[in-house]
Structure formats: C-alpha cells, structure tokens
Design a protein around this ligand. Structure first.
Ligand code: APR
Length: 231
C-alpha cells in the first residue's frame, strides 16, 4: 500500500501559467464584483455578463500551459498515491498528467443544463453564448460552482485528507469555505506544508514555505521522492 499524498491547490498554482488569481493585486475580484459574475443572482440579473466573464477565463485557460509545479505533481504519482483536490476550474493538472483530480468548484471546460444539472457537456469552443441550449432546450451555463451553491465532492476530499501522510497546499488564500476547511481534516501526524509567496495565516500544524509554485513545488517533490523532508 503506497503512502497517500494529498495536494490542495488554488489559483496561485496556475499564476505562472498566466492565469489570474482572485485576491492578489490584479486579481479578478479587483476588477469584477463576484456577486455580478459568480453567483446565481448575477446569472439571473445578467446571464450574458456571466457567460462573457467565463468565456474570457476559458480562452485564457485554453491558451495556458501547465507549469513546472503541475508537471512535478504529475511525476509524484510514480512514487506515491497522489490525490489532487483543487479549487481551480482549469484543466492544467489533467494536462500535466495528474490522474486523480477532484474539482470541488467545478470545471470551466464543461457546460451544464439549467434544467437538469446531470446534463453536462464538454466544451470544445471557448465561447458559451445565450441561446446555446441543452437537449431539453434549456440554456447552458458554465459547469462551475458559484458563491452560494453547493461545492462538490467535499466529503470524498475530506476522507482523502484524513488518510494522507503528506499534505501540500499550494497557491490558495484559504479564504473560501467549505473548501478552505479541508486543510483541518489532515492528521496531526501528517507532514503538512503551505506554499505561497505570502500568507495571511498558516493553518495549525502546517509549515509555510515562502515562494512561487513553479520553483518550490519541484523542490518539495524531489525531497519527497528521495525520502527527505523539504528543507
Ligand atoms: N505560486 C504560489 N502561490 C501563489 C502564486 C504563485 N506564483 N501567486 C499567487 N499565489 C498565492 C497568493 O499568495 C494567494 O495566497 O495564491 C493565492 C491566491 O489566492 P486567491 O486569489 O484567493 O485564490 P484561491 O485561494 O484559489 O481562491 C479560492 O475563491 O473566488 C473563489 O472560486 C474561487 O476557487 C476560488 C476560491
């Protein structure tokens, strides 16, 4: 039975792939009101503005490439059972080669019916427009979790955290619940790290490693594959 490693990622791991974060300078929530573009009320009030917000982000995702952090995490699967729990809606972990990725906030490259949430369609074009309808004739929306909606797979993700011997949280401000509370599901005995260039608060029992994902994560992965703790 191989050791289980849980990787918990936020927008920061994709920053060096050119995708914007939310709360850093230049982040999305400095340009948009999240109520307008990432909530059911915003969708009701102006669905076109919401579709345009995600179309812009989807175009950026399709132009982005996985960076050294995504690639190092995929390589870690040769040595450990790796579960990636991500708050990100991009597919950079999958494109880097990670085979077990849990998207608790949904996926931008999928659309779903507004009449039946089980009807989900892969998006092959960057644009999703008003009038794009599901097989039942209802408008399609991005298959992402908006503020006020139920996050996904949170119980399954918590079980992985509780079973892990190593936890690596990368590029998240830990400011959005319930996802942020997952870090507290880890065992006391597990090795736990938070990687970011800055952190307002570090979860209890986690060691903060200051730096950017693309340089720090390959170092952590190298240490782990050599049976060492990152220095
Ligand atoms: N490498 C590592 N971390 C980075 C980098 C980098 N190159 N650049 C920025 N960061 C860190 C920032 O220091 C910050 O801690 O990434 C984090 C980004 O925080 P947020 O913008 O709040 O993103 P995130 O934590 O993913 O937000 C959680 O909020 O708006 C919702 O649904 C959205 O899933 C998102 C959730």
């Amino acid at each position: 039975m191989r050791e289980k490693v849980v990787i918990f990622t936020g927008a920061g791991i994709s920053a060096e792939s050119g995708l914007r974060t939310f709360r850093d300078m230049g982040g999305y929530w400095h340009q948009y009101r999240l109520e307008d573009v990432a909530s059911p009320a915003g969708w009701k009030a102006n669905p076109e503005a919401v579709l345009n917000f995600y179309n812009e982000r989807r175009k950026a995702v399709l132009e982005a490439r996985p960076n050294a952090a995504h690639l190092a995490l995929a390589a870690l699967e040769e040595f450990f059972e790796v579960v990636v729990v991500t708050q990100n809606i991009d597919d950079l972990h999958e494109r880097a080669g990670s085979s077990h990725v849990i998207h608790v906030h949904g996926e931008i490259l999928k659309a779903r019916s507004t009449a039946d949430r089980s009807l989900v369609y892969p998006l092959t074009t960057p644009e999703l427009a008003l009038g794009d309808r599901c097989e039942l004739g209802s408008q399609l929306r991005p298959d992402v979790v908006w503020f006020g909606e139920e996050v996904r797979f949170i119980g399954e993700a918590a079980r992985h955290f509780a079973a892990a011997t190593k936890i690596l949280a990368i590029g998240t401000s830990l400011s959005v619940y319930p996802a942020a509370a997952l870090v507290d599901e880890a065992r006391h005995s597990a090795e736990k790290y938070l990687v970011a260039p800055e952190a307002e608060s570090v979860p209890y029992g986690y060691r903060f490693i200051c730096g950017n994902a693309a340089s720090v994560v390959p170092h952590v992965v190298k240490c782990w594959t050599e049976g060492r703790k990152p220095c």
